[in-house]
Design a protein around this ligand. Structure first.
Ligand code: G1P
Ligand code: ZN
Length: 552
């Protein structure tokens, strides 16, 4: 094995965003682009002797060539072993699990999550540390700094590795090994340890109908193993389960707009199944639906926290919960009742890792269809689906009759009140226009407090900063909050995962204690607040956009 040091020119745009470096495939295909970023990561890490690297991705276009390059660079940068998911595929939560289970030094997760795939779509790369979670900002900042100064990268002259067959390839008398692993079994085993599969199996056998949509993305093989092979669900309860490099031309984002196949089935009146779910490109997001009913991710987190003791893994209780700042305060109300701490972190999974490692938090989630627990250090789509099924199974009556998802939510809101919630996204806005919206709101920070808009009075406003209580780091500029006297909120943020122009996200939340109003559609209940957000931001005037691209 010969190690070559190749000269390269630095790029100035390799700043990792909310979740790693995401760019158009064509940007990644520029000579040296991927290599520079990977080398900058390795240079930041100071890889110890004997270290193992986990590598895998969501199977999107460019996954395969990227894996070959990463293997060759890992060999040249002192790794002794690389574990690769079969066919180069590892869902993001499965990658996190593999890192933890096999104590690997870290992992490269190749994904652009819910962004579109294919040659004209997006690609992404994220480094996860030994706890299985995304690298914290102190590492990603360092990687960016190194990427701007890089002059050479190191690569070994290895032949192309067959990543489709389980097995091991050994180089240089064992100095470097590549092992292709079946991560589906490891992940399914973990799920079976956490949840009561016997009870879920019984629920599914009782006539309770489930529909799962893998959206042509990574969770297909995992869902087949878990739902069909282990839980006995009929094959018809799974759809779009063969991963494709461009997600069959779709947008692998499990929400009411993009998971339209599933939504149609779940809103088919009486004929609709009892429970529906979907997950995204890399398997870390989830959407939960009942018969003709949508559960917001914020509510889903709250319901799971309130019912955690029904699940074997959390039967003795949960230590605490965490949510990202824009996520609704529904889970805060559950935490208060359970008398456990609730942490508010910036957007992005990387902020949960420290709290979980310190044992302060068991469950956490984001409004962006992300929910998980300390079983891994990533959000976990199938985990959330199984958690819901376990709760539904545990709540079934003596005759095995399950409650509906809607009934569970209504009972939850009756007990805790409802944090009515919605997010409006305005995508592909010219960057200057998006920045001017944000500047316009910030310029009102002094004048807004005390002002009244219809039935809402502004209490305070700020740009959210987070002090990590574990490592003392501070993250500034994490989103603009306008907080009203009655606890309602409007949050404005610019996306950190897009690859085209800017995306403005408006998060709207109003608390409704009155159970007579709990059945209202969120858009109706939030109508006044939506107008206030547009008035304060002057978004329409500054961007020329009349309606959001996506409403969740
Ligand atoms: C989005 C979500 C965020 C999530 C991230 C990765 O980031 O809003 O909650 O952690 O994707 O899935 P954003 O584009 O808002 O920066
Ligand atoms: Zn994802």
């Amino acid at each position: 094995m010969k190690i070559i040091s190749k000269p390269t020119s630095a790029f100035n745009d390799q700043k990792p965003g909310t979740s790693g470096l995401r760019k158009k495939v064509k940007v990644f295909q520029q000579p040296g682009y991927l290599e520079n970023f990977v080398q900058s990561i390795f240079d930041t890490l100071k890889v110890p002797a004997g270290a193992t690297l986990t590598v895998g991705g969501d199977g999107r276009y460019y996954n395969r060539p990227a894996i070959q390059t990463i293997i060759q660079m890992a060999a040249a940068n002192g790794f002794a072993r690389v574990l690769v998911g079969q066919a180069g595929i590892l869902s993001t939560p499965a990658a996190s699990h593999i890192i933890r289970k096999y104590h690997t030094y870290g992992g490269m997760v190749l994904s652009a999550s819910h962004n579109q795939g294919g040659i004209n779509g997006d690609f992404g790369i994220k480094y996860n540390i030994s706890n299985g979670g995304p690298a914290p900002e102190k590492i990603t900042d360092d990687v960016f700094a190194k990427s701007k100064l890089i002059t050479h990268y190191k690569i070994a002259d290895l032949p192309e590795i067959d990543i489709d067959h389980i097995g091991e390839t050994i180089f240089d008398d064992g100095k470097f090994t590549v092992k292709i692993i079946d991560a589906v079994q490891d992940y399914a085993d973990l799920m079976q340890e956490l949840f009561d599969f016997t009870a879920i199996k019984k629920l599914l056998a009782s006539g309770f109908k489930v529909q799962f949509d893998a959206m042509h993305a990574v969770t297909g093989p995992y869902a087949q193993e878990i739902f069909t092979n282990r839980l006995g669900a009929p094959i018809t309860s799974l759809m779009n389960c063969v991963p494709s490099e461009d997600f069959n031309g779709g947008h692998p984002d499990p929400n009411l707009t993009y998971a339209e196949d599933l939504v149609k089935i779940m809103y088919a009146g009486d004929r609709a199944p009892d429970f529906g779910a979907a997950s995204d490109g890399d398997g870390d997001r989830n959407m939960i639906l009942g018969k003709n009913f949508f559960v917001t991710p914020s509510d889903s987190l709250a319901v799971l926290a309130a019912n955690a003791t029904l699940v074997p893994a959390y039967a003795t209780g949960i230590a605490g919960v965490a949510r990202s700042m824009p996520t609704s305060g529904a889970v805060d109300r559950v935490a208060a009742k359970l008398n456990i701490p609730c942490y508010e972190t910036p957007t992005g999974w990387k902020f949960f890792g420290n709290l979980m490692d310190a044992g302060k938090v068991t469950l956490c989630g984001e409004e962006s269809f992300g929910t998980s627990s300390s079983h891994v250090r990533e959000k976990d789509g199938l985990w959330a689906v199984l958690f819901w099924l376990n709760v539904l199974a545990a709540k079934a009556d003596a005759c095995g009759q399950a409650q509906s998802v809607e009934a569970i939510l209504m009972a939850h809101w009756a007990e805790f009140g409802r944090n009515v919630y919605s997010r409006h996204d305005y995508e592909t806005i010219p960057t200057d226009a998006a920045n001017s919206v944000i500047q316009h709101i910030k310029a009102q920070f002094e004048s807004l407090p005390g002002q009244t808009f219809g039935s809402y009075s502004v209490k305070t406003c700020d740009d959210f900063s987070y002090l990590d209580s574990i490592d003392g780091s501070i993250s500034h500029n994490q989103g603009i909050r306008i907080l009203f006297e009655d606890g309602s909120r409007i949050v404005f943020r610019l996306s950190g995962t897009g690859t085209e122009g800017a995306t403005i996200r408006i998060y709207l939340e109003a608390f409704e204690p009155d159970s007579r109003k709990h059945h209202l559609d969120a858009q109706v209940a939030l109508a006044e607040m939506i107008q206030i957000a547009l008035l304060i931001s002057q978004l329409k005037e500054k961007t020329g956009r009349d309606t959001p691209t996506v409403i969740t």
